[in-house]
Design a protein around this ligand. Structure first.
Ligand code: FAD
Length: 473
């Protein structure tokens, strides 16, 4: 781009959002350029921070006229390098963080209208203040934004009961790639008026337009939430436990997370102050959460009798039911510290896969064996949202092998894992999205027909290809 066109675009951006909200200094831009995992940093023309939808529309219009790419950015906690620009230095990073107002809460309709830059934890708190629940929950909730959650169709720990972000959204406001505002902020649970445009923008990772606001679904706040950690012999026993709890507890079962023994070994080694609920080491653990709209007593009765049945039937080896909020938090911290313990222990090869729940035990057995044959002694770090069929099937190096040396085999490890995922009818991205990191894998596993339809949608909605180019496709 010629220097004078660049200068005139930046002048236009300053006129729209105010000079102090257009950052061009390299050092000041640096935090907006770095991938959350710290493995990559892009380069940008500027970081622009609009205040409202009208300013977003004006910035997109100006960028479209100048043919300048836009990288929408929320909390920058995405794990696939979707919210940072490439190395060309041509793109504007459009940070939505100043669009952070909660516009309305409608308790009778059980909806909340929020702007895209609202932090997820603030949305949860506002819902709780109104006596309700916004159930989306993930470890990055103190930093990620609802615009990012929607754009990645984030999952988290409550999908089993409430669905992922797509299922928690009724309406959207979007600035399209031409700079027009689409007001789709409808709080309707039924609306069959043609193509589901909302669902196109959800999960599009900023490649089709900029989400500026959303109508979210709220739920009655549960009266009680209880947590248990159950020790198990194998993933197959975890699957049996899941079936038993679903049959007995129905919608009261709100969380079911699987963690292998190696995951808790890592956590114990890196965070020795965290609780160690069992004296013995067990091959697998399930973290179970039950919510009740009746009472604490009801939840306790249901959880204890269900876990008791699992122990009697030989499905479970041992169990701890948290008797206080403090204890429950301690058990959840074990789960939440797995990624942190992995990062502290060194680099590993990550996968965010989903499979039909019924196939998970077979998948784990086959993938563990295939990897061990190819890379003897490598250490799968298997955990995730078993209730949703979503595993974070990560692979750490064999003891004694340098982490960087093992990472050089990433492509071969991915091939083993993703080929098996494909053979089991699964997906190579359950909840993190595609971004740049999985773009080539997507091209490998999607059919030409599916890729062709995706490209047609992209071409129709963003003909100049200015919206987050190079991501997904
Ligand atoms: P960003 O990282 O800023 O952006 C993500 C993508 O969305 C990018 O492609 C960006 O261009 C686009 N985007 C952002 N805002 C907009 C907008 N307003 N309009 C259009 N496009 C936009 N994810 C899960 O699903 N489940 C988990 O359990 C989970 N746990 C995590 C734990 C940790 C510790 C971390 C660091 C991340 C975790 N994630 C998880 C991933 C991440 O938090 C989610 O992907 C989150 O939804 C990203 O939100 P963000 O605001 O940080 O988005």
């Amino acid at each position: 781009m010629a220097e004078d066109s660049r200068a005139s675009l930046l002048a236009r951006c300053r006129a729209i959002v105010g000079a102090s909200h257009v950052i061009t200094d390299q050092a000041d831009m640096a935090p907006f350029m770095a991938d959350w995992r710290g493995r990559y940093s892009g380069r940008g023309l500027a970081v622009v921070l609009p205040l409202d939808t009208a300013q977003v529309a004006a910035i997109v219009t100006a960028c479209a006229a100048a043919r300048v790419p836009i990288v929408p950015q929320g909390g920058r906690t995405g794990l696939v390098m979707g919210s940072v620009p490439d190395l060309s230095g041509d793109a504007i990073v459009l940070s939505l963080r100043r669009l952070n107002r909660i516009r309305a809460i409608d308790p009778a309709n059980r909806t909340m209208t929020v702007e895209a830059g609202c932090i997820l934890a603030d949305i949860q708190a506002a819902a709780a203040y109104a006596g309700m629940l916004y159930p989306l929950s993930l470890a990055a909730e103190g930093s990620c934004t609802i615009g990012g959650n929607l754009s990645t169709n984030a999952g988290g720990t409550a999908v089993l009961r409430y669905g992922n972000t797509r299922e928690l959204c009724l309406g959207l406001e979007v600035v399209n790639a031409q700079g027009e505002v689409w007001d789709g902020l409808r709080g309707l649970r039924k609306d069959n008026t043609g193509y589901a445009l909302r669902d196109l923008f959800i999960g599009a990772e900023g490649t089709l337009g900029v989400i500026t606001a959303a109508v979210l679904k709220l739920y009655p706040a549960p009266r009680a939430a209880l947590t248990a950690l159950v020790a198990l012999d194998s993933p197959r026993h975890a699957l049996e436990l899941l079936g038993l709890l679903q049959a007995r507890c129905g919608a009261a079962l709100t969380g079911f997370e699987l963690m292998s023994a190696f995951c808790l070994d890592l956590v114990a080694a890196q965070f020795p102050d965290l609780p160690r609920p069992f004296a013995a080491r067990h091959p697998q653990y399930a973290l179970v959460e039950l919510s009740s709209n009746e009472s604490d007593q009801h939840a306790h009765g249901l959880l204890e009798s269900s876990v008791g049945q699992a122990l009697e039937a030989g499905v479970a080896r041992d169990a701890v039911v948290a008797t206080s909020q403090q204890q429950a938090l301690g058990l959840w911290r074990l789960r939440e510290h797995i990624p942190l313990a992995q990062a502290a222990a060194g680099k590993n090869i990550k996968h965010d896969i989903s499979l039909p729940v019924s196939t998970i035990p077979d998948f784990i057995a086959r993938a563990d064996a295939a990897l061990d044959q190819a890379f003897p002694g490598c250490q799968p770090v298997t955990f995730g949202h078993l209730g949703d069929g979503n595993l974070h099937y990560n692979v750490a190096p064999p003891i004694g092998v340098e982490h960087d040396a093992f990472l050089a085999h990433q492509a071969s490890v991915n091939r083993i894992v993703h080929d098996l995922v494909d053979a089991f009818g699964g997906s190579i991205s359950a909840e993190h999205g595609i971004g740049v990191l999985k773009r080539e894998e997507l091209a490998r596993y999607k059919s030409p027909v599916e890729l062709g339809m995706m490209r047609a949608i992209k071409g129709a909605l963003d003909p100049l290809s200015i919206m987050n180019p190079g991501k997904i496709l």
